[in-house]
Design a protein around this ligand. Structure first.
Ligand SMILES: Nc1nc2c(c(=O)[nH]1)N[C@H]1C(S)=C(S)[C@@H](COP(=O)(O)O)O[C@H]1N2
Ligand SMILES: [Mo]
Length: 398
């Protein structure tokens, strides 16, 4: 690394002496002295790229994806958000087993080796914690997209479709619910309706083409597209078929501490449509002229049908461009060319999904559900205030 830093400095000196030597300078950087091999066995990012997750939570049990710094629709695995209830276990793949039992014809244990022999299925979908958006009504103006919306990430997940494994064990007629259990110290368990389990659920062993990262559930995790993060059980080791859900409202409320309110939206599995402008946003300061307003939009109920952007606090809306492909239960990057005239502006985005649902404003959602319940499943619009000096700040709307 020392060598490349040095040569980079030399390159900068060379280019600084005049435009005419730019090409020669570039050649010099390529001729870097060889200290070790040129090729590497596992890639690293540029030493100049410092984009990181932020670690948060009272036990430092969460980390937030730096939304403002990312492009396109895939979150690099190293920047995927994390939410751990009991740390990250180290699991030897050759020792890991998945048991499927309960109301089935023939209970079975699957090793990783067994699972790799099944036909492989892959899909790109988002994963979002139900708590994504919990800081909306508590944050001051110096709040970033990462803080407001860092608990959503998107990967390509590969593995075995759960329905093919359930066919292997033969689910009995009465089997209407599934309990999924992880191997972490808390043995995190979640209930999944059988209808969902037979639909598009994956037992994933790969994330963005390589093994699932330890923080994301190595060697096996459940992927329940469009449903709240907690159902996507990591370090998956057991699936039990039953005729009823395994947790009551009260039990979930315990998990959901410090929300003591008994009206936890326990069975609101699906994540509603949401969007957020990721730039310009705090802490950027912008100049007059053309900008591409960019952001992310998604819906757990289907596809993003459209994204609209307003620069006048919702009085007028403009259709943004969606980067392709636009996939089911998947984040889409949107963009809108916008000329800033130097006046104070309030920038907001809203998504409309394929079911016709439109993302609500903070006031609309508070009127329906009350502020207290919006600690979870808060999909309200986010507004950024561009001041006349170009400074961009988070604008709370509650
Ligand atoms: N075994 C296990 N699975 C788990 C969790 C956990 O703590 N243990 N956290 C859940 C929650 S609340 C979320 S939001 C997602 C987070 O997945 P990630 O850490 O890969 O982003 O995993 C879910 N699955
Ligand atoms: Mo979560």
């Amino acid at each position: 690394m020392g060598t490349s830093v040095l040569s980079r400095r030399r390159f900068l000196q060379a280019t600084a002496t005049g435009a005419g030597v730019v090409l020669a300078g570039q050649k010099a950087t390529a001729d870097v002295r060889r200290v070790g091999p040129w090729a590497s066995q596992y890639g690293e990012r540029s030493p100049f790229d410092k984009v990181n997750r932020t670690i948060s939570g009272n036990l430092q049990h969460e980390s937030e994806t730096p939304q403002q710094a990312l492009s396109g629709m895939i979150t690099p695995s190293s920047l995927h958000y994390e939410r751990h209830h009991a740390g990250v276990p180290t699991i030897r793949p050759e020792e890991h087993k998945l048991l499927i039992h309960g109301m089935v014809e023939e209970p079975k244990v699957f090793t990783l080796h067994d699972l790799l022999r099944f036909p492989q299925a892959s899909r790109i979908c988002f994963l979002e914690c139900a708590g994504n958006g919990k800081h909306h009504f508590k944050s001051d103006e110096k709040t970033t997209p990462q803080r407001l919306c860092g608990l959503i990430s998107q990967s390509e997940w590969s593995g075995v479709s759960l329905s093919s494994l359930l066919r292997e064990v033969g689910v009995k007629k009465s089997g209407s619910w599934l309990l999924a259990e992880g191997s972490d110290a808390c043995l995190l368990t979640r209930s999944i309706p059988m209808e969902r389990a037979l639909d598009d659920v994956l037992i994933a062993y790969a994330q963005n083409g390589e093994a699932v990262r330890p923080e994301q559930g190595y060697p096996l995790r459940l992927i329940v597209p469009g449903c709240e993060g907690s159902m996507n059980v990591k370090w998956l080791r057991r699936l039990e078929v039953s005729d009823q859900p395994f947790m009551t409202r009260e039990e979930t409320a315990k998990y959901s501490d410090p929300l003591k309110d008994g009206t936890v939206r326990q069975f609101s599995f699906v994540m509603d449509a949401k969007s957020i402008i990721t730039q310009p946003a705090y802490p950027l300061q912008i100049e007059k002229g053309w900008h591409e307003i960019r952001g992310l939009a998604w819906s757990g109920r289907g596809q993003v049908a459209g994204v609209e952007v307003s620069d006048d606090n919702g009085s007028s809306w403009h259709q943004a461009q969606l980067q392709s492909p636009v996939l089911d239960k998947s984040c889409v990057r949107f963009g809108l060319l916008w000329k800033w005239d130097g006046k104070e502006r309030l920038l907001t985005s809203r998504v409309i999904d394929s079911t016709g649902y439109t993302q609500p404003s903070a006031r609309e959602l508070i009127a329906i559900r009350g502020k207290q319940s919006l600690r979870y499943h808060n999909n309200t619009m986010t507004t950024w205030r561009v001041q006349s000096d170009g400074q961009v700040f988070y604008q709370r709307m509650d």
